[in-house]
Design a binder for this molecule. Structure first.
Ligand SMILES: NC(=O)c1ccc[n+]([C@@H]2O[C@H](COP(=O)([O-])OP(=O)(O)OC[C@H]3O[C@@H](n4cnc5c(N)ncnc54)[C@H](OP(=O)(O)O)[C@@H]3O)[C@@H](O)[C@H]2O)c1
Length: 162
């Protein structure tokens, strides 16, 4: 099963200058909770945006068109989504975590959406791909806690393909 995990602002912005446009530690925690124990699939640029290298306790799978792209030993490099089946088993929930090009690549395969909606407008250069929500049921919705470390209103939503 393929799942998407992402956070977007009011205008579907997801990134700026190679990083996230916001600081929202509670969303980082949700991301960790949702993805830990599952393979995560990401574009080369998203991988390079991690300040401390590969994310622990998850198989990190990076997609690049450059088959010579150097990744640490624990990380799997693929150059085509067809190679994914060599590294994951059919019953696993595969977490596609972006960016834009990688969401586009899996747009027709996705079964579940883990979305953080941030109720704020940010300056950005990367947008989420269009999702046809009429093909999904909202199965969970939770208001995020706003505090001095998480200053923007946000909602965690989970959708399942009908
Ligand atoms: N808000 C969120 O939830 C979220 C999630 C993820 C990322 N982001 C943000 O989004 C931005 C990065 O996203 P992005 O869209 O610019 O880059 P990206 O999708 O992370 O990476 C793009 C790279 O992936 C490789 N790639 C893309 N399509 C491919 C294909 N069909 N086959 C093989 N390789 C392919 C290419 O690597 P090569 O150039 O090496 O060939 C391409 O340059 C950052 O600002 C990041 O912080 C936000």
């Amino acid at each position: 099963m393929i799942s998407f995990v992402w956070a977007e602002d009011k205008n579907h912005i997801i990134g700026v200058d190679g990083h996230l446009p916001w600081k929202l530690p509670n969303d980082m925690k949700r991301f960790k909770d949702v993805t830990t124990g599952h393979p995560i699939v990401m574009g080369r640029k998203t991988f390079e945006s991690f300040p401390n290298g590969p994310l622990p306790n998850r198989l990190n799978i990076v997609i690049s068109r450059n088959s010579n792209y150097q990744v640490p030993k624990s990380v799997v490099l693929i150059t085509d989504k067809a190679e994914l089946t060599e590294h994951v088993s059919a019953d696993e929930e595969i977490m596609v975590i972006g960016g834009e090009g990688i969401f586009r690549l899996f747009q027709n395969d996705v079964d579940r959406l883990y979305l953080t909606k941030i109720d704020h407008e940010f300056v950005g250069d990367t947008k989420m791909v269009e999702i046809d929500y009429s093909k999904f049921d909202l199965v969970e919705k939770k208001e995020g806690i706003v505090d001095d470390k998480n200053i923007y209103p946000y909602t965690f939503e989970t959708y399942q393909k009908i």
